[in-house]
Design a protein around this ligand. Structure first.
Ligand code: BGC
Length: 750
């Protein structure tokens, strides 16, 4: 637990003075504001307050609000007491807002620490929206404690390609799961009066050339796969901001894409709040404003400094296009109307009012990293761990029988809390697997450890042939003497990160060979994956008795792993992504990363299990899969009732689940819909509902699922509408997409 007084000065320092100076000449032109101006009256409806405030602003003041004033701050208008919105990166905790990674990682910059929560894909593996909502709320509380108003998350982009550098950040490959978790996170954040930013709109699925890449995506794939989580964020959580993506979709940058920002987001979804650009991703003034961009970020001197850095030039960053002088020149030239600017500014003001910022600044103070938030981080890390293989019940480890454990691997001795880039949070302390295991093992069990192999690019002294042989020998020596060996392998924030894609699905640094050697030295070997992207496992999986996926588990990752290994917690995580056997098996392999900066989403809607299950390509581990230390039996699937909300029916399905094993545990019961009759090609099934339930040994529960029309619809490209072809659908209840336990037909008339 720690107080954040240092952060007060940092917050004040980062406030830009540029905007204040720019405005001084206009203040005289504007009339004085009475104390009882309607916009200050919180009992009036927000839209009325916004209209009143807007009416009092000069065109220059309004134009000023379209661009950021600093790296993480919007422009304030002090004359009208409009505050700057102070932002910080998320989504896995509150990251330093002092500049880009290049700056915050520099040796002499102040360290801003906060609770590091598990990565998005780990939280997705919990399939627990209630927990994700608590996580969102906890992160929002820390955001406020650090004096910030807005947290840049959640990331709801779909994990389309196994090599995407940001797979660890997203909620997996399924739009329904992503939507449920995105909505939960947003609700948690907004409940605290903190502004979230659901990102990156839309289809940000490659880091490769992310500032130049043009993605050709058909409308059906957009609507069925890439947009649902954003739509749910708008329509179910009334999300306060949406961040546009870097790349182009169908020929136009997302930041100046009228189809995405206006036609879909604002008109089709009914989004009333504001769009913020991703950092340094604008390329024009009038086309960007007219397309529906409301706020360009970042701005001021930090933006200009960034744009001159060779790295930014090389990667294609661009910005500063919505600065007031440029916008005003376009208004003068009749390329932008004042009505458009009024709309932009109204949206920003609306969010400032909805979040209560107009009345109360989030002053720095309060605590971060409290025991309560550590507990949420630990719960997330535990529930997100997926047990993939457990031959002869090697796990859980029985402390009564085990006297020695060898903990091995480049990810065993260090806590790898998250992937690299803007989401990487700096915790005060993070538990490595070795630390978690040693603590849990206690004095009765001897724990030895060895690096095994140096992580790629981390320490050159481990890269010589002699050092490698030595590291490997130490690992096999301790493995051969221990009752059980635990090898923690994966990647880290330098080779799995925002900004570039992972080069190959193979584990880096000879970790495959490390696993093989350790397994030879000790057949009782548990392999632990500590990475966000899938990895190939062919070289060792058949001879590996136990396999655990801990993803990047945040600061509590090591403790969570120990709880699972020793059976203090029963694994309940389920894969939110399919793990293919090899990259070539994955649906986008043929078109990734594209040619000449163009890539075609040729697989259309066949992403993840929609592809593997429909085209009969067997993945190593399927979507929704995860073992437990107990077993669950499913029975009695039935259509319990049909209800009507007005004219719209909802279908309630019930299924009985029983814990038939010896331990308490949680099961994620999944409902898929199969449509065998529609006029259009459809995947063999799609996830439409799920519940995570906890059961004591011998206990049964009836799980109820509610489906509405949308569960049976597809996006019809010819009518450009969601369509339901009446007929018989099949409800499938499963423990994974490939472990369907029960099926029942249902007649849907409309
Ligand atoms: C990332 C965003 C992030 C922003 C601000 C961008 O590079 O794509 O996710 O919020 O930087 O750090």
């Amino acid at each position: 637990m720690k107080l954040c007084s240092l952060r007060i000065c940092i917050a004040l320092l980062s406030l830009s003075s540029a905007t204040v100076t720019r405005l001084s000449s206009q203040q005289t032109a504007a009339s004085a504001v009475p104390d009882d101006a309607p916009y200050k009256n919180t009992s009036l409806p927000v839209d009325q307050r916004v209209a009143d405030l807007l009416r009092r602003m000069t065109l220059e003041e309004k134009a000023t609000m379209l661009a950021g004033s600093a790296w993480m701050e919007s422009a304030p208008i002090p004359r009208l007491s409009i505050p700057a919105i102070k932002m910080a990166d998320g989504p896995m905790g509150v990251r330093s807002w002092l500049g880009s990674s290049a700056i915050t990682n520099a040796a002499n910059t102040p360290k801003i620490t906060s609770t590091s929560f598990p990565s998005g894909v780990a939280m997705a593996a919990t399939w627990n929206p209630e927990l994700v909502q608590r996580e969102g709320q906890a992160i929002a509380q820390e955001t406020k404690a650090l004096g910030r108003d807005m947290i840049l998350g959640p990331t709801v982009n779909i994990n389309r390609v196994p090599l995407w550098g940001r797979n660890f950040e997203g909620y997996g490959e399924d739009p329904f799961l992503s939507a449920r978790l995105g909505v939960a996170y947003i609700k948690g954040v907004q409940a605290e009066g903190v502004i979230p930013s659901v990102k990156h709109f839309a289809a940000n699925n490659e880091e490769f050339e992310r500032h130049r890449l043009d993605e050709k995506i058909d409308e059906r794939a957009l609507h069925e796969i890439y947009l649902p989580a954003f739509k749910a964020a708008v329509q179910e959580a009334d999300v306060w901001t949406v961040m546009s993506a870097y790349q182009k979709v169908n020929g136009k940058y997302c930041a100046e894409n009228p189809y995405l920002l206006t036609d879909i987001l604002k008109k089709e979804f009914g989004f009333k709040n504001f769009v913020v650009s991703d950092w340094a991703s604008t390329y024009s003034t009038a086309p960007t404003v007219n397309a529906g961009m409301d706020l360009e970020m970042p701005g001021g001197p930090p933006l200009h400094a960034m744009l001159t850095r060779p790295q930014s030039i090389m990667s294609g960053n661009s910005g500063g296009w919505l600065e007031a002088d440029k916008v005003l020149a376009e208004v003068k030239a009749d390329h932008i109307t004042e009505a458009t600017i009024n709309d932009n500014v109204s949206r920003i003001l609306r969010v400032i009012m909805l979040s209560g910022l107009m009345e109360h600044a989030h002053n720095p103070g309060g605590e971060v990293d409290t025991p309560e938030r550590q507990k949420i981080a630990l719960e997330g890390a535990i529930e997100g761990i997926v047990l993939l293989k457990n031959q002869n019940a090697l796990l859980p480890l029985d402390p009564a029988k085990i006297h020695s454990i060898a903990v091995i691997g480049p990810n065993a001795l260090v806590a790898r809390t998250g992937g690299g880039g803007s989401s990487l949070v700096r915790p005060d302390h993070a538990a490595s697997p070795l630390e978690g295991i040693t603590k849990r093992a206690g004095s009765a069990i001897q724990v030895t450890s060895a690096l095994g192999v140096g992580m790629e690019g981390e320490d050159a002294t481990h890269d010589t042939a002699e050092a490698r042989a030595n590291d490997l020998k130490q690992a096999t020596d301790i493995a051969s003497k221990a009752d059980v060996a635990i090898v923690v392998v994966g990647r880290y924030n330098k080779n799995e990160s925002e900004g570039f894609d992972v080069k190959t699905m193979d584990l880096p640094a000879g970790q495959d060979e490390l696993i093989q050697a350790v397994e030879k030295a000790n057949p009782r070997t548990v392999v632990v994956l500590n990475t966000g992207d899938p990895v190939t496992m062919r070289k060792w999986l058949d001879s590996t008795p136990a396999l655990v996926d801990m993803w990047y588990g945040g600061q509590e990752g090591g403790n969570a792993l120990a709880a699972i290994l020793f059976g203090d917690a029963n694994p309940s995580g389920k894969l939110p992504v399919s793990l293919p056997k090899k990259f070539e098996d994955s649906p986008a392999a043929k078109t990734y990363p594209g040619q000449n900066l163009h890539t075609e989403y040729a697989e259309g809607i066949y992403v993840g299990y929609r592809y593997y299950d429909t085209k009969n390509v067997e993945p190593e581990f399927p979507f929704g899969f995860g073992l437990s230390y107990t077993q669950f039996e499913y029975s009695d699937l039935k259509l319990a009732r049909i209800e009507f909300a007005g004219k719209n029916p909802t279908w309630q399905f019930a299924v009985k689940v029983r814990n038939t094993g010896q331990r308490a545990g949680a099961e994620v019961v999944q409902l898929y819909v199969h449509d065998g009759h529609s006029k259009i090609d459809r995947p063999v099934h799609e996830l439409k509902a799920f519940h995570r339930i906890e059961l004591n040994p011998g206990e049964s529960k009836t799980v109820e699922f509610t489906l509405n029309n949308s569960a049976f619809q597809y996006w019809n490209p010819s009518t450009k509408q969601w369509t339901l072809d009446p007929g018989t659908f099949e409800i499938q209840i499963g423990a994974s997409s490939r472990d369907i336990r029960l099926k029942a037909p249902v007649q849907i008339k409309r």
